[in-house]
Design a protein around this ligand. Structure first.
Ligand SMILES: N[C@@H](CCC(=O)N[C@@H](CS)C(=O)NCC(=O)O)C(=O)O
Length: 210
């Protein structure tokens, strides 16, 4: 596909992050090249005065740099990349429904499914603060509720929004396919399992960095 890319695209990222992977997966489906710049979030590299001043005042990756402009928030960056492409439904309702699932991902899914992956597989349970440890049961229950809702939806339709694979599927795939790192059992969600296989079988698919 042809796109006006306003110059070079640089992804400021931490390669193991699902939020960063969403953007790489979107770009892969669109055959858009990205230059990758890695930050060690475990060492606080997104919290330096230089990063806060120049890249993202919110102190987080991913950030998609488009020429001399910086776009934080994974789903916003995916949306910028996919504008006018087959990854965004043409139908007005389906397009809004795609955004619904992307907002839902950020509010109901990522703060639970991704946070447990980060705490348990990256930080390690022994190194959690008391406050984090107290939050584990609530995060577990909320993550399971999110996966159950996805499973019910995918029992009725093949893709999240409309009749085709879209950014909603990319946004939700990123942390769902690695949910077992956070202690979730994907076998409890057979429709989710089948959908994960459909997504990973698509041409253009790439895997997350280990
Ligand atoms: N809502 C943001 C979340 C970004 C986020 O939480 N980034 C994490 C890694 S996935 C981060 O940069 N953590 C490092 C820190 O907070 O210092 C998005 O979707 O991009």
């Amino acid at each position: 596909m042809t796109m006006d890319m306003d110059g070079q695209l640089i992804l400021h990222e931490y390669a193991r992050s699902g939020n960063c992977y969403k953007i790489r997966l979107t770009a892969a489906h669109l055959d858009v090249p990205l230059t990758r710049r890695e930050y060690d979030i475990m060492a606080g590299e997104t919290r330096t005065p230089g990063f806060l001043a120049e890249v993202n005042a919110n102190g987080r990756i991913p950030v998609l740099q488009i020429g001399d402009r910086f776009l934080p928030e994974s789903n916003a960056a995916c949306f910028w990349l996919a504008e006018g492409s087959h990854l965004i439904p043409a139908d007005r309702f389906d397009r809004a429904d795609m955004l619904r699932w992307m907002f839902w991902e950020q509010y109901n899914h990522e703060p639970n499914v991704a946070t447990l992956r980060f705490w348990l597989a990256f930080v390690g349970e022994a190194a959690l603060t008391d406050q984090q440890r107290d939050l584990l049961p609530a995060k577990r229950a909320a993550g399971e509720a999110a996966l159950k809702l996805m499973d019910e939806h995918l029992g009725r339709q093949r893709w999240f929004a409309g009749r085709a694979f879209s950014l909603a599927d990319i946004a939700l795939y990123a942390y769902t396919h690695v949910a077992e790192d956070g202690g979730f059992r994907l076998d409890d969600y057979p429709h989710v399992r089948r959908w994960l296989d459909h997504v990973s079988a698509l041409p253009g698919h790439i895997v997350i960095d280990a």
